[in-house]
Structure formats: structure tokens, C-alpha cells
Design a protein around this ligand. Structure first.
Ligand code: G6P
Ligand code: ZN
Length: 543
């Protein structure tokens, strides 16, 4: 029943920031997914008889690849696979299952917030036994293997029925089809003060959660409406669709504009608005009349986490990706706890979390999470916000403005130039890199460059070094501009420019963000020659 199939290697299976992401037609090439999955298995050791968790965000091609992955796991000697019913598992729920059931690892099928459909995006990611994305050592090995692979193993059997909870067998391997929500909901119930949140909803607190026709729908329905008693209708777009209803399941101000407009509509707006992305690891937080930037959200959550039962002993430390604003640093400083700055990519938090150095992590790209799993977790962030709102009894706006008054405000914005010619984008970064040594001390308008470098991360746990992680230009007074190329795009290059200004004075906390950053935006153009090099007059997306 186990077949060994001859195959030819592809040369483009290099995992990016978060696994291998390509357009569906690329994945539909002969043996493309099989090659990559076999390359994963070939890069691992000692998994015979162990458990593998498999699930995805329900996007187009999810079901086909799940069947392949199950059959290949059986042929390669896994003892058991745990699969979410219907092939569904949110990324944080998969991470929880790996940890809870001491699985060897997991395969998560997702392209996160990217659109889905026959010509849209798909992805395969491997997570290790700690529940987190494989570290570079493993993803490098997978890539190396994918370039020379000449065969793969697969169990020859008809497709399994994934739509009923059941325990099946495939040869010697057990296939457990599980409720994708139950274990995750139980974990959330342990971490947060559900009675307090239930009470808040009982008082008439109004919330809107937009699941964006993606994976968090069933999770949010169960937790927010059933367990926390929010009125039916609180969770919108809750049925996961293969093409996410034709939308980008990306919870930002562009793709969740309807929610944003509703939250900004004045006194009748709901108290709290939130959304999550395709695979459930990102979050968007909006209060009545106020959007909370992911960087500010990280800082507020870190400063208030002790209000939730799961964090009542306080937090050990905070980590953020380098381009994320330094708002959280102010909290860590005041608390006298550790603060870590890592490259973009959740995988870099894994070692710090495993070593107990940090409890809460976050990224400007709308990811926040804690040591409860090893992925960022959209619903977790929403529930921690709800817990804080329930205990403090204040509005989102009050909590955020008080936070700024205490710690200062970090005005923050990201300008993306999507689909830029790759050579032009690489040329822009190379030119900046060349300029770095000459920058300190130079004046751009009223700004003086204090330091400038190409960020390199020295992991304090395993001593590994990751270089070329983004160009940082820091100005006197704590403002900065960061340039890097996205590692998650599937066509051309995306230039990201991250702009931040620190403002300690509470009398100046009410400025419009782009206006508050105008001199830094101009400085970014002067430094990098963005218009000339990319041929673009303006960013594609401003968040
Ligand atoms: C994914 C990763 C994040 C990362 C984000 C942006 O969501 O899981 O860790 O911050 O992509 O990455 P990019 O390379 O596109 O800026
Ligand atoms: Zn995601």
C-alpha cells in the first residue's frame, strides 16, 4: 500500500517569513506539494510512531493537500495524525494541539491574510514540537532537500472523510478527526476571566467581530457568542469560505474598512470592534472612535495583562519585531522587565518564549500573542482586550489615552509599496546599505541621524545570528525610519517603510498620524529615493 513515486525537484521551494507561499497554480504543478511535504519529512528525525497535527484555514486547495499530507504521513511512518474536522484548524489552535498532545510537529496549510481561490495564494508551513514555526535551521534543510529530491512516499488509498468527528486508520497510522474548536476554547477559558466578560456583555456592551469569511468564524461563534453570551450577530462573516468571499482576509484599515467606518461613525458606534485574518493569527482592534495600532495594542496588553487570570503573576518580559514601534519598550522599562527586539517573523520569538524570558510578544503586522502557544493569536488578543475592558470598566479610548499619558505616544505608520520590480527594490536596499556608515551625524531637514545600521539579531538562547533584517535609521530624540523588503509576498517585491515618532508631551497626543510623521516621511524619501527607484508616487497601502 505504500508507494514510492519518482519525482523531479523544483528550485523555488524556499520557505519565506512564514512557510512556503505560492499561487495555487504553482502548487498544482505535478508533485509540487508532494515534493515539499517529503522534503519536510526528510529534514526531520525520529518521528516514527509519533503524532503529526494537520489542518488549514479552509482556503481553496486546502482539502486536496490535506488528503495528500495524511497519506504521506502514513507512508513515512507517523503513528497518528490529528486533523481538524473539515480540514479546519486556525494557526494558533494547531499550535495548541501540538503542545497539548505532545505531537512531534504539525503541518499548517495557509497563506494567512492573502486572498484565496483558484488563482490566488496557498501555503504550507511546518511547526515543531514546541508548537511554533520551524526555525531557520530546519527551513534551510527543507529547502536544500527540495532541490535534490527524487522520490516521495505516499499511502495508496481513497480519500478519507474529513467531515465527521471519527477515529480512522490508514495502514498502521491512526487518523483522528477532531473538533477544531474545543481544545482552543478550553485554553481561552483558562486564561481569561470569562465571568467578568459575560457580565460586561450582560450590561449591554456592544461588540462586532468580523471573521472575514475565514477560519476564526467557528472559534469566535463558540467563544464570543456561546460561552461569553454576546448577542447573536456579534460575530459576522463567520462561515469560512475557500475564497474568503472574494476579499482579502486581512484585518487592516483597507480590507476591514466597513468595520472601521462603523466604529468611527460616532456615538452610536459599538463599544468594541475586532477582526482576525485568514488563518486566525492576526488581529485588528478598534474602539469607538479610535483605531489601536498593533504596536500600541502590544504595549497596552503588556501593561494590563495582569488583569487576566492567566497572567496574574505578571509577565516575565516582552518581545517585539524590530520594525514594531518602541511603545512596548516603555512598558518594559517602567516595569523593570526584559525587552527583546527580534527580526520580523514569529519564529524568532520561539526561543525566548521557550526559555521563559518573555511572556508577551507582538509585531506591527497585527500579530500579538503570549506563551500560551507558539504562534501569534488573533482571538487571544481580542479576548485579552475584552478581559481588560471588563475589569477596568473604561472605554478603549480612555485606556489608550491614559496609556499615552503615562508612557508617551509613539506615532506610527507603515507605508507599503507592493508589486515593485524585484531588481529595483533590491537596488534601493543595497544603496541604503552602502550609505549606512556615512549617515550618523547627517541632518535631513530638522532631523539628525543618531545611528544607522542593517539590523542583525543575535539570539540570546541558541546564539544563532540572523543578518540583513532591515535598514534602521534612528534620529536624535527617538524617532526612526526602517526599510525592509517583505518576506511574505508571492509576486514581485514589497517595500515596507516603517515610520515612528516618539512624543512624550501629552498636549501633543492628538495629532493626525500622517501629519505628525510628515517630516520623517519626507526624510525616508530623501534617504531612499523611493519615487525614482520604484517609479511610484505614493505607497500602495498605508496602515
Ligand atoms: C507573517 C508572519 C509575521 C510577519 C508578517 C509580515 O504574518 O507570520 O511574523 O510579521 O508575515 O512579514 P513581511 O515579511 O511580509 O513583512
Ligand atoms: Zn495569519
Amino acid at each position: 500500500m505504500i508507494k514510492t513515486i519518482a519525482t523531479k525537484p523544483y528550485d523555488d521551494q524556499k520557505p519565506g517569513t512564514s512557510g512556503l507561499r505560492k499561487k495555487v497554480p504553482v502548487f498544482q504543478q505535478e508533485n509540487y506539494a508532494q515534493n515539499f511535504i517529503q522534503s519536510i519529512f526528510d529534514s526531520l528525525e525520529d518521528f516514527a510512531g509519533r503524532t503529526l497535527v494537520i489542518g488549514g484555514d479552509g482556503r481553496y486547495f486546502n482539502r486536496e493537500v490535506i488528503q495528500i499530507a495524511i497519506k504521506m504521513a502514513a507512508a513515512n511512518g507517523f503513528g497518528k495524525v490529528m486533523v481538524g474536522k473539515g480540514g479546519i484548524l486556525s494557526t494558533p489552535a494547531a499550535s495548541n494541539l501540538i503542545r497539548k498532545y505532545k505531537a512531534f510537529g504539525g503541518i499548517i496549510l495557509s497563506a494567512s491574510h492573502n486572498p484565496g481561490g483558484p488563482t490566488e495564494d496557498f501555503g504550507i508551513k511546518y511547526n515543531t514540537s514546541n508548537g511554533g514555526p520551524a526555525p531557520e535551521k530546519i527551513t534551510d534543510a527543507i529547502y536544500a532537500r527540495s532541490k535534490v529530491i527524487d522520490s516521495y512516499k505516499i499511502f495508496d488509498a481513497p480519500d478519507l472523510d474529513l467531515d465527521a468527528i471519527a477515529t480512522l486508520t490508514l495502514g498502521d497510522m491512526i487518523v483522528e478527526i477532531i473538533d477544531p474548536v474545543a481544545d482552543y476554547a478550553e485554553l481561552m477559558e483558562e486564561l481569561f476571566d470569562f465571568p467578568a466578560i459575560r457580565n460586561l456583555f450582560g450590561l449591554g456592551f456592544q461588540m462586532v467581530f468580523d471573521a472575514m469569511s475565514a477560519v476564526t468564524g467557528p472559534y469566535a461563534k463558540e467563544i464570543i457568542e456561546r460561552r461569553l453570551g454576546a448577542p447573536e450577530g456579534t460575530v459576522r462573516n463567520f462561515t469560512p469560505l475557500p475564497d474568503f468571499g472574494g476579499h482579502h482576509p486581512d484585518p487592516n484599515l483597507v480590507h476591514a474598512k466597513e468595520l472601521y467606518d462603523e466604529m468611527m461613525s460616532g456615538g452610536d458606534a459599538p463599544d468594541f470592534g475586532a477582526a482576525s485574518d485568514g488563518d486566525g493569527d492576526r488581529n485588528l482592534i478598534i474602539g469607538r472612535g479610535i483605531f489601536v495600532t498593533p504596536s500600541d495594542s502590544l504595549a497596552v496588553l503588556a501593561a494590563n495583562a495582569q488583569l487576566a487570570p492567566g497572567y496574574s503573576k505578571g509577565i516575565a518580559g516582552i518581545a517585539r519585531s524590530m520594525p514594531t514601534s518602541t511603545a512596548a519598550d516603555k512598558v518594559a522599562e517602567k516595569r523593570g522587565i526584559g525587552m527583546y527586539e527580534t527580526p520580523t517573523g514569529w519564529k524568532f520569538f520561539g526561543n525566548l518564549l521557550d526559555a521563559g524570558k518573555v511572556t508577551i510578544c507582538g509585531e506591527e503586522s497585527a500579530g500579538t500573542g503570549s506563551d500560551h502557544v507558539r504562534e501569534k493569536d488573533g482571538l487571544w488578543a481580542v479576548l485579552l482586550w475584552l478581559n481588560i475592558l471588563a475589569v477596568r470598566g473604561e472605554s478603549v479610548e480612555d485606556i489608550v489615552t491614559q496609556h499615552w499619558a503615562t508612557y508617551g505616544r509613539n506615532y506610527y505608520s507603515r507605508h507599503d509599496y507592493e508589486g515593485v520590480d524585484s531588481d529595483a527594490a533590491n537596488g534601493l536596499i543595497a544603496a541604503l546599505r552602502e550609505k549606512l556608515p556615512s549617515l550618523p551625524g547627517t541632518k535631513i531637514g530638522d532631523l539628525t541621524v543618531a545611528t544607522a545600521d542593517d539590523f542583525a539579531y543575535h539570539d540570546p538562547v541558541d546564539n544563532s545570528v540572523s543578518r540583513n533584517q532591515g535598514i534602521r535609521v534612528l534620529f536624535a530624540g527617538g524617532s526612526r525610519v526602517v526599510f525592509r523588503l517583505s518576506g511574505t509576498g508571492t509576486s514581485g517585491a514589497t517595500l515596507r517603510v516603517y515610520i515612528e515618532r516618539y512624543e512624550p508631551d501629552a498636549n501633543r497626543h492628538n495629532l493626525e498620524t500622517q501629519a505628525a510623521l510628515a517630516d520623517l516621511i519626507a526624510a525616508a524619501e530623501t534617504l531612499a529615493d523611493i519615487r525614482a527607484r520604484t517609479g511610484r508616487d505614493a505607497p500602495t497601502v498605508i496602515t
